[in-house]
Design a protein around this ligand. Sequence first.
Ligand code: 3PY
Ligand code: MG
Length: 264
Amino acid sequence: MRANRLKSVMADGGTAVNAWLSIGSGYAAEGVAHQGFDSVTVDLQHGMIGFDTALTMFQAISTTDAVPLARVPDNDPAQIMRLLDAGAYGIICPMISTPDQAWAFARACRYPPRGNRSFGPSRGLLYGGPDYFGRADEEMLVMPMIETREAVECIDAIVAIDEIDMVYIGPNDMALAYGEQPGSVIDGPRTAQAIAHVLERTHAVGKTAGIFCPDGAGARARAEEGFDLVTPGNDFGNLTRALRAAVGLIRGEGAPAGEPSGGY
Ligand code: 3PY
Ligand code: MG
């Protein structure tokens, strides 16, 4: 079976760089995947993407070495299993707040006896290889999002679960959870403390942590904080920012003011 390269990048102590797709397009996914990322996440939670388009995006990503990941809209086993069948090599699940929720999520990603994933790896078999069934449990990354107060409070119990490979932090929902402003370039003090705590407790059990970031500079800063996987913003935000900068440059207006419209 094709190995999950993300695992070796992080096991070797490197910082994995993960792209984030919110535009539902195979063409855009292909272009993004060719930019040197270690992984590319198709976001079915906040991205403007449904299952049929996600499938074509996985096909586009497979023209490169980037590892295909999906963020699901919620902790729904049917949706999780379907995206794994479509060829995702890891699932990011939002709003995991308790060990029970983490267990339910992990079980949907593993075949019996480790979990309750149903058999039918459709495109997973084409992408992964003929021995997919025997090795899929080892290769798939199970990544709960830590972005609620409850999750921060029970982080030790969540990361202690064997079937949880790593965590992925959503700083925007985390900010909301602590009564601070989402979408900020600089974390509020309570958000910063919660993020540092999750990173420290995850590393304490020898697991890795990823995080969503506003842009490349933010991702670089998170890598320096010790994060093992960083996402330098989403496709739409980067596209609109670059276009706004181009308009400003052409008109001689210098650096553009304000946030790009749309994106997150
Ligand atoms: C968050 O920051 O809450 C996210 O889920 C990133 O999209
Ligand atoms: Mg979130």
